[in-house]
Write a protein that binds this ligand. Structure first.
Ligand code: HC0
Ligand code: SF4
Length: 579
């Protein structure tokens, strides 16, 4: 241990600790901009570029960037004397001198870290006037890059390259023209980007934001010829409350339903319903492949990979084009919902599919891209018309002046609003495969599963393994969240070295609860853990906790689909992948 003095406080820290961390351990907050830490992953972004975190170290001529400077025994540090404050203000003014002044209409206004610092440091005018660099905007199906607002903090690069190993973003150009961009400054759409949205979730300014579809939805809601149906993803209910000041981990399922009703949606349904449907189809596929394998078929594609996360689907299409027959062919719950809403449900209520608008509320930005894919359209009409994020829904509720916190708890509509606990745990890493185990166990063994909680499949480690006993058959399960972890498991599959029968993969750290469209969590893993706990609480509260026991799912098969894996189920609920 070493001892130093920070703002007249004696502090003891481990050798090798930076001044920034030492100060935080002592309860002294130093402002930062480029610095970002994902503690549980051991990943830290500290390019030392912004210089907002400078401090004075007695005896040194220059101010020191605290994120980059190691604390040393006997150091005496001042984090907010006049010299430090002046330096920070000058640095901020320089950053702002090359930043657009459109805060009034910026998508990040109110949540922009640069704006917050400008307020904190009392900057009230454009300090250094002169020419500013100007770039074109780059709009993809999910993400808008407004690189005039890039401050070169390089957090997005850290997420894309170190966590996701996608490598779509890197620093280009020099001086005022330096920005983070795809190689050769190509459009994001032409790059290997998966639309996972993790770069958006850490961008401190409005340089990276989601494509906003709220106005399209308002237009649909005000068109009397349209029946507007909404589905809400499992993870949204565990995070939406944060946008209204509720503590992380507060479940707001009932308030969310009431808000959607007040917003004017005709039917409020649940993606948890179609998560149950996914289990019926994906679980059947898993059992079919297993039975082929047990019968000695050496050609059978095992492990089966889950296929419900569109960021992950993009990733394997780009990076593993020779493994496209390995993932399950089951569509994601978002897309299964759209296909069933615009066929079975539309027929039930006598509405032409062209007059039905299906909206999804998702914690994810890749879902925006997914619902635009050609294979999810019938005669050019998409199964899901618009997907908006948890953040966009919160903004929409605020725009409509709905008193969210005082709303009563509402109930989802029938039949596509009924779901099991297995459907809701899809939102957590490990949840899809746990849900699949609950159903596959009973279908395989013919016995009742007494203990539905598979604790071995839960947790936050990036790669997890567990063996589940199916009455003598030992099923090896792998789980990865974050695309960097997924790549490791996929490399083993490619090399024929994988020991698993089934692998669940989610693109975002934590699964959908940590999706790129969720309220900003600033790398705080405690927030993710609380959302995860909330999802398991919702599961526990459900009367039905296994997908195949959902009465509305049973009825859907009886009335419309026949049985899982039927010809009709294949037509509506399965897909193919493209390199
Ligand atoms: Fe997910 Fe989903 S669980 S991807 O994370 O499978 O976005 O929440 O809606 O589709 O159900 C996201 C969350 C979903 C889908 C479901 C899956
Ligand atoms: Fe990289 Fe994901 Fe951002 Fe695309 S969306 S640039 S893959 S972090």
């Amino acid at each position: 241990m070493i001892e130093l003095t920070i703002d007249n406080k004696k502090v003891q820290v481990e050798e090798g600790t930076t001044i920034l961390k030492a100060a935080r351990e002592a309860g002294v907050e130093i402002p930062t901009l480029c610095h970002f830490e994902l503690c549980d992953m051991g990943i830290e972004n500290k390019p030392g570029g912004c210089r907002i975190c400078v401090v004075e170290v007695e005896g040194r001529r220059n101010l020191a960037p605290s994120c980059m400077t190691e604390a040393q025994n006997g150091m005496v540090i001042h984090t907010h004397n006049i010299r430090v404050l002046n330096a920070r203000t000058t640095v901020l003014k320089l950053i702002i001198s090359d930043h657009p002044f459109d805060c009034l209409v910026c998508a990040k206004s109110g949540q922009c870290e640069l704006q917050s610092l400008a307020i904190q440091f009392g900057i009230r005018s454009q300090p250094y006037e002169g020419e500013q660099s100007r770039y074109r905007k780059d709009t993809s199906p999910s993400i808008i890059r407004d690189v005039d607002k890039c401050i070169m903090c390089r957090r997005c690069e850290m997420m894309c390259n170190e966590v996701q190993t996608v490598g779509a973003l890197s620093a280009v150009n020099r001086g005022f023209m330096s920005v983070v961009a795809p190689a050769f400054e190509m459009n994001l759409e032409d790059s290997p980007c998966t639309y996972c949205g993790q770069c958006v979730s850490v961008c401190p300014t409005g340089a990276l934001t989601e494509v906003d579809h709220t106005n399209d939805i308002i237009r649909a809601l005000s068109d009397p010829t349209k029946t507007v149906v909404v589905q809400t993803a499992p993870a949204v209910r565990a995070a939406l409350g944060e946008e209204f000041g509720l503590p992380p981990g507060t479940l707001v399922t009932g308030k969310m339903v009431s808000a959607l009703r007040e917003l004017g949606f005709d039917y409020i349904f649940d993606t948890d319903f179609s998560a149950d449907l996914t289990i019926m189809e994906e679980g059947t596929e898993l059992l079919q492949r297993l039975q082929q394998y047990l019968a000695g078929d050496t050609e059978v594609r095992l492990p089966i990979l889950t296929s419900c996360c569109p960021g992950w689907v993009n990733f394997f299409e780009h990076n593993f084009p020779d493994l496209l027959d390995v993932p399950s062919t089951a569509k994601s719950p978002q897309q299964m919902f759209g296909a069933i809403a615009k066929s079975y449900f539309a027929e039930k209520i006598g509405v032409n599919r062209k007059d039905m608008i299906v909206v999804s509320i998702m914690p994810c930005l890749a879902k925006k891209y997914e619902c635009q894919r050609d294979e999810f359209k019938a005669d050019g009409n998409p199964d899901v018309d618009y997907s908006i994020s948890t953040r966009e829904l919160a903004a929409f509720i605020k725009q409509a002046n709905i008193d969210f916190l005082n709303l009563p708890d509402g109930n989802f509509d029938d039949p596509l609003g009924e779901s099991s606990g297995a459907g809701v745990i899809f939102g957590n890493t490990g949840g899809v495969i746990e849900a699949a185990c609950r159903t596959a166990y009973e279908l395989y063994t013919g016995k009742t599963l007494e203990k539905v909680d598979f604790h071995a499949l839960r947790g936050m480690e990036g790669i997890r393994s567990a063996t589940v006993d199916f009455d003598g058959l030992q099923l090896n399960i792998g789980i990865a969240h974050g695309l960097g972890n997924a790549r490791k498991l996929l490399n083993d599959v490619k090399a024929g070295k994988s020991q698993y029968h089934a692998i669940e993969i989610m693109a975002c750290p934590g699964g959908c609860i940590g999706g790129g469209g969720q309220p900003y969590h600033h790398g705080n893993s405690e927030i993710l853990s609380k959302r995860i706990a909330a999802i398991y609480t919702e599961d526990k509260r459900k009367v039905i906790r296994k997908s195949h026991e959902n009465p509305s799912i049973i009825r859907l098969y009886e009335e419309y689909l026949g049985k899982p894996g039927s010809h009709k189920a294949h037509q509506l609920l399965h897909t193919e992948y493209f390199p």
